[in-house]
Design a protein. Structure first.
Length: 181
């Protein structure tokens, strides 16, 4: 199945100020989340940003807010899987998209539980592995393995952006090519 932009939305899970510095692969995750968000914006893929207990864990990191620009907003959550929060569930359902891209932190907790919930609800979750982080490499590794066992598609941000474009005739091909270089 090819992933097409018109059938796809994205969830950026808990890329927050007090959480990100603890990720073992923090720099890579931050860079790749920003590249993914920039590409998805160009492709006009709708995105939902979540924050886990903002009062304690802080806001989304500044670089991601900057990448979103004036379009930045977030939805608060306390459950680990985002689909467990009624307002977020309603927002996802309201988008009317079959494929849901998932990235963020932590791979083995909130990201994984979000993917499982989405799969159970009839969506096709797509985990962007190089834009997902955990505090420990082993947790990240097994979070990805578990996602695969649950039927989640796994990919990288670059592979996904090129798949969403479909070809070099895409109007934003040159812009996205610059993002991935």
């Amino acid at each position: 199945m090819l992933i097409k932009a018109e059938n796809t939305a994205a969830i950026i899970v808990d890329v927050q100020e007090k959480l990100m510095p603890a990720m073992f692969n923090q720099e890579e995750v931050e860079k790749n989340v920003n590249r993914l968000v920039a590409g998805l914006k160009l492709l006009e893929v709708p995105m939902i940003v979540t924050q886990q207990y903002t009062k304690g864990i802080g806001m989304t990191i500044p670089s991601v807010i900057e990448t979103f620009g004036d379009d930045f907003s977030y939805m608060e959550k306390t459950s680990f899987g985002v689909y467990g929060e009624a307002p977020i569930k309603e927002a996802i359902d309201g988008l009317g998209k079959k494929n849901i891209i998932v990235c963020g932190t932590e791979t083995h907790v909130c990201v994984l539980q979000t993917c499982i919930q989405l799969k159970e609800a009839g969506y096709q979750p797509i985990l962007v592995t190089d834009a997902a982080g955990s505090r420990h490499a082993e947790d990240r590794k097994f979070g990805i393995k578990r996602a695969i066992q649950e039927g989640v598609i796994v990919t990288t941000y670059e592979a996904l952006l090129f798949e969403l474009m479909g070809g070099s005739t895409c109007p934003v091909f040159r812009q996205i090519s610059k993002i991935v270089k």
